[in-house]
Design a protein around this ligand. Structure first.
Ligand SMILES: [Zn+2]
Length: 465
């Protein structure tokens, strides 16, 4: 890999552990790591490849700690919809309809669209939960160049939770040894793939969610984590259905159940925690449990995590995930700051510096890493450059505020992962924009054609004649 020298109008680095911007700064990359950050033109890069962005904001690659690769297939399907008798949830009728209509072929095309969108928007690390096709996921991550964590689907379910009539949810568990079958597969995949592609691809233990995992399984996950030292990723306190089910079954709330079975701690990322009680928040704060905050997907349902500022004030480490379409971390930062302000009725809630830290340093911390989410000497060269000379971003007095309040993924010009340039001046180098787009169109049309009650579940908003 050739050395790389980046020059930008502003370079985000750290001073005494805190994020700072250098005006007219340089970043030198050797191999897969950052070797220089400073305001002076460094020596020894005369033959290096150059990226010079006169109005570029050079930031750590964004760390997306919760997403689902199949999200684009639900675009234009889940908005304004939900199962009324199940608190508006889309999990049991809508997503299951899409999953049932998706084979690995369509999934591949849709996942590649997800990865293309991430690279285009400056995401450099992504953590997928509940991968239905984990081996293929490893292969696609290897090819596209992203840094990715894969959590194979792991639970004790016999099939999927479903609703026969849109009024109640049926959850059936396997018993005896069968309960551990998916976990055994999860472990086999960790042994095979953790650290693949020059350690760009890592695996996690990925129990799906509390209602899907019997306590015996949860305890086994904790035991195995001592052997494999991989993060544990899980949905928790995500829906009212979940809360009712866990209270009925166990007489407590989800995160209390997890704590009782050892599934809290600095190596655990809990996604959403939207319905967490004060007691549950205290458990997370006291145990160093991380939260993946995915604001957009909840806001469109009229729900939110109350509040990002409140969580961080309690000492909970919160990172950000996209979880839905578009896979745009800049948009998620904007929704995160806005919704925290709405929750707290306070303009001071979740300011720009906090949400930016959540999307970079905090995401890295949630994964137990100090070598990503930052541009410092010795860190992995995972970097994004945002053009701040767009009509939507000029004039720029405070680059981070403008990034969060005005920019979109389309303002990103360059994305580098592990020292490899994946997008340069908006040109994708590891994927073909045309091919990926065409294949995604075809796959989505196939999926939609297989959902028999597509228009009944999700009526078209304005008739197409
Ligand atoms: Zn999720």
């Amino acid at each position: 890999m050739a050395d790389l020298l980046i020059h930008g109008k502003w370079v985000c680095t750290e001073k005494d552990g805190k994020q700072v911007l250098l005006e007219d700064g340089y970043v030198g990359v050797r191999g897969d790591s950052v070797a220089y950050v400073g305001k002076d033109l460094p020596q020894g890069y005369e033959s290096a490849e150059r990226i010079d962005r006169k109005y570029g904001l050079v930031i750590p690659g964004l760390v997306d700690i919760h997403y689902h690769s199949d999200s684009p297939a639900t675009k234009g399907f889940c908005e304004d919809c939900g199962t009324v008798d199940l608190y508006g949830s889309i999990l049991y009728e809508y997503l299951t309809a899409i999953y049932a209509a998706t084979t690995v072929e369509e999934w591949r095309a849709i996942a590649n669209l997800t990865f293309m969108e991430m690279i285009s928007g400056g995401i450099t690390t992504c953590v997928e939960f509940n991968s239905y096709f984990p081996e293929e996921m490893v292969e696609l991550l290897g090819a596209c160049g992203l840094r990715g964590y894969v959590a194979p689907e792991t639970n004790s379910l016999d099939g999927y939770p479903y609703t026969p009539d849109g009024k109640r949810v049926i959850i059936e568990h396997k018993t005896g040894k069968d309960m551990f079958k998916k976990l055994e597969r999860n472990v086999a995949l960790i042994e095979k793939y953790d650290g693949a592609f020059d350690d760009r691809v890592r695996m996690t233990l990925g129990p799906t969610e509390p209602p899907a995992c019997r306590p015996d399984l949860l305890r086994e996950v904790r035991k195995l984590s001592a052997t494999y030292h991989v993060p544990i990723t899980m949905h928790a306190a995500e829906t009212k259905i979940e809360r009712e089910y866990i209270r009925r079954e166990y007489g407590m709330d989800s995160i209390e159940l997890l704590a009782e079975n050892g599934l809290v701690g600095p190596d655990v990322i809990l996604a959403h925690t939207v319905f967490a009680s004060t007691r549950e928040k205290k458990i997370m704060a006291e145990t160093g449990t991380n939260v993946a905050h995915c604001p957009s997907v909840f806001v469109v349902k009229g729900e939110y995590m109350k509040s990002l500022q409140g969580y961080t004030d309690m000492g909970i480490n919160v990172g950000i995930g996209t979880d839905t379409f578009p896979q745009d971390m800049i948009r998620e930062m904007r929704v995160a700051t806005s919704m925290s302000k709405v929750c707290d009725y306070d303009f001071r809630s979740a300011k720009a510096d906090l949400v930016f830290k959540c999307a970079t340093q905090n995401g890295a911390k949630a994964l137990g890493r100090t070598d990503i989410g930052r541009i410092t000497v010795g860190a992995k060269a995972d970097i994004a450059i945002v053009d701040m000379n767009g009509f939507n971003t000029i004039p720029v007095r405070d680059p981070i505020k403008v990034l969060i309040s005005c920019a979109t993924a389309h303002n990103v010009t360059d994305t580098i992962v592990n020292g490899r340039i994946l997008m340069k001046d908006r040109e994708l180098l590891s994927m073909s924009r045309e091919k990926v787009s065409e294949e995604a169109w075809t796959a989505a049309r196939t999926i939609w054609s297989r959902v028999p009650n597509l228009n009944e579940l999700s009526p078209i908003s304005i008739p197409i004649l």
